[in-house]
Design a protein around this ligand. Structure first.
Ligand code: AMP
Length: 218
């Protein structure tokens, strides 16, 4: 049985950071829809061209494009044990599509941690965030700086500020999250899968809470 964990939470909650750690600990693949889009943008693929308009504005890429992209990723060989999903699903239609895809793949969502963080903390985190060019590793200029400024500790690649981490786009992304993604909290709560975790207690403490909750879930 394939096992999937869906990380829910606003942009800047720490989904990417925690997904990387959990993937390592649980020996599951980290699938980030945002990373997949950024890879396509970088490689100037047709999908990247279609997504660019939305990603640049902090808006959601249309469901059909997003679902197709994530579906292709989850069908790959390295996802044969399941995956940690970060940034997907983000709309009710995406959640329904995921449920159907998992029926097809013979897997199930075992837990949905919802990492909650107040808006003012999100803004501070996102506008100070630096991302690694090669693999998307995440740092913060104050809270989690790299050992050498501008260089990723893990793979030595350059760190950059994402275009959509600029203040105006950050505000838009938080609004989009409230309007389109927050309804998924209820959706997964009703399925008995939701676990609420305070995202402000420090990276290691958040990981501890997540690990305990996930291990209790299956
Ligand atoms: P993220 O790295 O998760 O913050 O995603 C960056 C951007 O990619 C978002 O602001 C959207 O434009 C796009 N994106 C990522 N995941 C999704 C999704 N599940 N549905 C639609 N758009 C997405």
């Amino acid at each position: 049985m394939r096992i999937y964990i869906v990380l829910l939470g606003p942009p800047g909650a720490g989904k990417g950071t925690q997904a990387q750690i959990l993937a390592e600990k649980l020996k599951l693949v980290h699938v980030s829809s945002g990373d997949l889009f950024r890879e396509n943008l970088k490689n100037k693929t047709e999908l990247g061209r279609q997504a660019q308009f939305y990603v640049d504005r902090g808006e959601l890429v249309p469901d059909d494009i997003t679902i197709g992209m994530v579906r292709d990723r989850l069908l790959k060989e390295d996802c044969s044990n399941g995956a940690i999903l970060d940034g997907f699903p983000r709309t009710p239609a995406q959640a329904e599509a995921l449920t159907m895809l998992l029926v097809e793949l013979g897997g199930r969502v075992v837990s949905v941690p919802f990492i909650y963080v107040p808006d003012e903390v999100l803004i501070e985190r996102l506008t100070g965030r630096w991302t690694c060019r090669a693999q998307g590793h995440i740092y913060h200029q104050k809270n989690n700086p790299p050992k050498v400024a501008g260089i990723c500790d893990l793979d030595g690649s350059e760190l950059y500020q994402r275009e959509d981490d600029k203040r105006e786009t950050v505000m838009r992304r938080i609004q989009v999250y409230q309007d389109q993604t927050a309804p998924l909290i209820e959706y997964y709560r009703q399925q008995g899968l939701l676990i609420e975790v305070d995202g402000t207690i420090g990276i290691e403490n958040v990981t501890d809470h997540l690990m305990k909750a996930i291990q209790g879930a299956h």
